[in-house]
Design a protein around this ligand. Structure first.
Ligand SMILES: NC(=O)c1ccc[n+]([C@@H]2O[C@H](COP(=O)([O-])OP(=O)(O)OC[C@H]3O[C@@H](n4cnc5c(N)ncnc54)[C@H](OP(=O)(O)O)[C@@H]3O)[C@@H](O)[C@H]2O)c1
Length: 498
């Protein structure tokens, strides 16, 4: 089998599953942050229990880029690889919901699907696309396992739209060349059913991390709090464990006759109301309630509820109308394998949160560790632009706020600045000092986006482009105030900042 996106979340679990089932795997990985494809994949050794320093037996790693024709390889090499496997499983994609990334989403998740037909023609191999159940778009009807609708339905975001485009292009190109295809459509994939293990901590994990922060703060204060979340409480949120998705994928690709569309979704998905109830024992001091728009308006939200509501902005489409998915074709194809999707029960949710807590919500993994950050920009921004504003009002919306926080620019080793705010005024910007209440870890490109007002720091956190340590609630509240500051006083850019 040849697997693209093999260093990603689903791709790496799938590689491990295929190897465990005795298949040889050619993994396509692009080099990144100074690490080769091979180094990136073997770094996952501990996650999958692979012995030794090199790749496990049966695994070959090839560096490639799916955005390029022939996956960026020599055409003869690409054809030879395709002819040496029975199936290409395409799990590489850009998984981001931001409208700003639409051009890249359309290229990687859409047009890149044109690159497979020439590679596969006459190879004898089939093609499996890891798509998403959410190509169904916005709708209240249960989505069924059939090719993407034409004309396309309305979508919640550019990601869903790009995956729908990818399915359409793949079907057109592959059918024209007689290549057998299947589209696998997982819903929202979370950690393993047995131990909660994952290395992807976005989507619902950021929300759980926020709840964990609120629970910690409530414990410190010795009091509980009420947290209403604005949504359609009857809306369905379909969650599946990664081990079900990868075992079902492996079982289906082992059956050359199982072709067409398959939903890898929950057999018994929860409504948001039910999910809130099942999360309750995990965060006993946070009384979580899913409420509809009318109830939200009847009793105006407090500042904490508004903060969480804003934090969930990218996921609004899933809170205000998520449908269920019919998986009859999948269940029929998996009959006899013993594979069924485990239920979303409190035991699994507890394992997910326990694992996430044990690995500090994936903080050590989510940001790259390259050393090629823009030192000049970071110094100019903190030491000239911000330091030049010491003594002036920083936070118009919070004249009484006094706090100390730290910013670390992770692609500039050792670069940190501590900022003191007193009664809404910036007092000092320096390289050290007493412990801060919270800390932001980000790359210099994210710092630039925030400083120039192009990136909201709260969105950076939810898109895994920034990390928060310490008091998450205060850090997000502060981030909201900074958005207002950068709107009033934008950093003029590296050139005009002197
Ligand atoms: N996670 C979910 O909940 C979920 C749900 C439904 C469907 N899916 C689908 O499942 C698949 C895998 O998603 P995931 O969650 O595992 O995402 P992921 O962790 O971000 O993995 C995607 C992988 O694709 C690689 N990739 C992106 N562009 C590439 C390019 N031009 N050339 C080569 N490799 C490239 C990425 O490489 P880098 O690491 O170098 O960036 C990354 O390793 C995607 O098709 C996604 O749409 C995911």
């Amino acid at each position: 089998m040849l697997v693209t996106g093999a260093a990603g979340f689903l791709g790496s679990h799938l590689v491990a599953e295929l190897l465990a089932r005795g298949h040889g795997v050619i993994a396509v990985v692009r080099p990144r942050d100074g690490r080769s494809g091979l180094e990136r994949l073997t770094a996952l050794r501990d996650d999958f229990g692979w012995d030794g320093a090199g790749p496990p037996a049966g695994l070959e790693v090839v560096e490639g880029d799916v955005d390029q024709p022939w996956l960026g390889l020599e055409p003869t090499t690409a054809r030879r690889l395709a002819a040496s496997v029975t199936e290409i499983v395409h799990a590489a994609a850009l998984v981001e919901f931001s409208e700003r990334r639409r051009p890249e989403l359309e290229a990687t998740n859409g047009r890149a699907l044109e690159h497979f037909a020439p590679l596969l023609a006459d190879s004898g191999a089939g093609f499996t696309l890891v798509s998403t159940a959410y190509v169904a778009g916005v709708g209240s009807r249960t989505a069924i396992e059939k090719p993407a609708e034409e004309p396309p339905p309305p979508f919640r975001n550019a990601y869903e739209e790009s995956k729908h485009l990818g399915e359409r292009i793949a079907r057109r190109c592959l059918s024209a060349d007689g290549v057998p295809w299947r589209f696998l459509r997982p819903s929202i994939v979370l950690g393993a059913s047995g131990d909660g293990r994952t290395h992807r901590f976005d989507t619902i994990y950021r929300f759980l991390q926020l709840l964990d922060g609120l629970q910690g703060a409530a414990e410190e204060r010795g009091e509980s709090l009420r947290l209403r979340v604005r949504c359609q409480p009857e809306s369905v949120l379909d969650l599946v464990p990664v081990d079900y998705v990868t075992s079902a994928t492996a079982a289906l690709v082992e059956r050359p006759d199982a072709r067409g569309v398959f939903h890898l979704t929950s057999a018994d998905p929860l409504t948001l109301d039910e999910l809130a109830q099942r999360l309750a024992p995990l965060f006993p001091l946070v009384h979580l309630e899913a409420v509809d728009e009318a109830a939200w308006r009847r009793s105006p939200p407090d500042s904490r509820e508004r903060l969480v509501d804003r934090a969930l902005v990218s996921y609004r489409g899933y809170l205000d109308g998520g449908q269920g998915f019919d998986d009859r074709r999948t269940r029929s194809a998996l009959r006899g394998t013993g594979l069924t999707c485990p239920p979303v029960d409190s035991a699994w949710l507890t394992r997910l949160v326990d694992y996430a807590r044990a690995v500090d919500w994936g903080r050590s993994r989510t940001l790259p560790r390259s050393t090629t950050g823009d030192l000049g920009f970071a110094q100019t921004f903190f030491d000239r632009f911000l330091a030049g504003r010491a003594g002036s009002e920083l936070l118009a919306g919070a004249p009484r706020l006094t706090t100390r926080f730290e910013v670390r620019v992770v692609d500039l080793p050792g670069f940190r600045r501590v900022l003191d705010v007193e009664k809404g005024e910036l007092r000092a910007v320096g390289p050290g000092g007493p412990p801060a209440r919270f800390r932001y870890d980000l790359e210099s490109s994210v710092l630039r986006g925030v400083a120039t007002g192009q990136l909201d720091p709260r969105d950076a956190f939810f898109a895994r482009r920034a990390e928060i340590r310490g008091d998450v609630e205060e850090a997000l509240r502060f981030a909201a105030l900074m958005v207002d500051f950068f709107r009033r006083s934008p950093f003029p850019g590296a050139h005009g900042a002197s």
